[in-house]
Design a protein around this ligand. Sequence first.
Ligand code: 3UK
Length: 536
Amino acid sequence: MVSAHVDTFAARNLPPREQWPEFLFDGPQLCFPEQLNCATELLDRWVERGLGDRPCVQGGGVRWTYADLQAQANRIARVLVDDLGLVPGNRVLLRGANSPMLAACWFAVVKAGGIAVGSMPLLRAKELTQIATKAEVTHALCDARLAEELALARPACPTLTKLLHFNTNEPGELDARAAAKPASFENVKTSKDDTCIIAFTSGTTGQPKGTMHFHRDVMAACATWPRHVLRPTHDDVFIGSPPLAFTFGLGGLLLFPLSVGASTVLLEKASPDVLPAAIAQYRATILFTAPTSYRAMAGLLAGHDLSSLKKCVSAGEALPAPTRALWKQASGIEMIDGIGSTELLHIFISHDEAHAKPGATGTAVPGYVACVLDDEGRELPRGKVGHLAVKGPTGCRYLADERQRNYVQNGWNLTGDAYLIDADGYFVYQARTDDMIVSGGYNIAGPEVESALLLHPKVAECGVIGVADAERGQIVKAFVVPKPGHEPDEALARELQEFVKKTIAPYKYPRAVEFRSSLPRTETGKLQRFKLRQAP
Ligand code: 3UK
């Protein structure tokens, strides 16, 4: 079927076909009709089936049913099309903390055949300029409280000509305009292969990369990990912290709950100090957050009724075995770990609660295949560390970016992670490929040393990197945040070094230990090792 895009920017900026990964569509769940709009499937279908009265999205004092979200999305779609001249294929920057209104904006864009470009709330003008110019963003819908950075970016974003703010009563802004529109809208009949999302990687250094996902990719993500691993029901209440601008959050807190007719709680603030109370307040059943957030929350559960909670999902970085154990002790729940990436849209290796193996990420999610390759692209036997390679119904398509050749080789998506497959066939994370430490001829994975340190009762958080050393090439260095009440002194450093030597192979112990009051992290919860490396 032909594209519905009038503005053909996306199609013109896809990587050449020969650089695409191989896509696998195994089974009826992954056979999509030629004409497919994922907003219709995820939202309008439920209302059509008479389920419009079911709870859909809440947060910040708002409680919307499926019919309410549909009506609000339709009104916003009308503003985009009638007032802002949006044509299918235009890119719309979305800017706001997680909220029902942000969800409505996302659906409005996709209903109108536009391309949603999420942006992390904390991005500064420089980063906003990078993504707006790279994606040639034409429109923006921005929370009034985040207006300033976008205003600073605008002079450098010539394509961005149409901007409305929401969460404001100003006449002429989005809320007032939407309120004046009818609640009906006919979704654009997009092709399954039309791009509907450009998701930028949370990139640690360099120019951010835009990943392009089609309507069929969104439906494929819903038909794989949630269906086979999470297995939610329509009575589940989802909650969590990842921003909707991060595909971990978009899937976990919006697409997946709606794909089964469940409901979701979108909180503007979902840090470890407020999540336990929110879980109790909303009687949430499924939680999504990052490993460090689980670790921090484990000590903050007293006095909160978490009896509603059934499933806890961890992703974004490796889940250390001690954090899994700590959370199980605190909450009684065995976590579901899963590795996903912006390039592959969501989780492709994981396990359910019954098959958790501490320290391992799991096995390939049905629909995906995964293996470990050597530097020449040959499959390695079990037990050998190499490059994680994945194929499935979703995959990497960078927006006009030479780095496509790095991520996709011989049809495989190469995530940049060093992994091994253990004797049970489980994938065990080692480190980011670039982060493997080579010290005195040994390969050492920083996260393994971190896991050892996290077992020590005086350690709140830690990060381990390699630093240049004349004698050994590199030495292992640990940055440690001690738990309150423990002096960051020489004696503690020595105690931690001895502890690691007794816990894992002694040659892996951190020869240098530096104490910090906090560690640098991205908005998605990832430790910024490059910042630790730059440290004086
Ligand atoms: C790392 C993990 C070990 C790994 C993401 C779930 O994190 C997501 O996407 P990003 O593009 O980063 C991808 C990279 O993050 N990683 C993520 N999860 C794990 N490492 N164990 C894990 N469980 O280096 C990967 O290559 O920011 C996660 C769903 C959607 C996502 N976008």
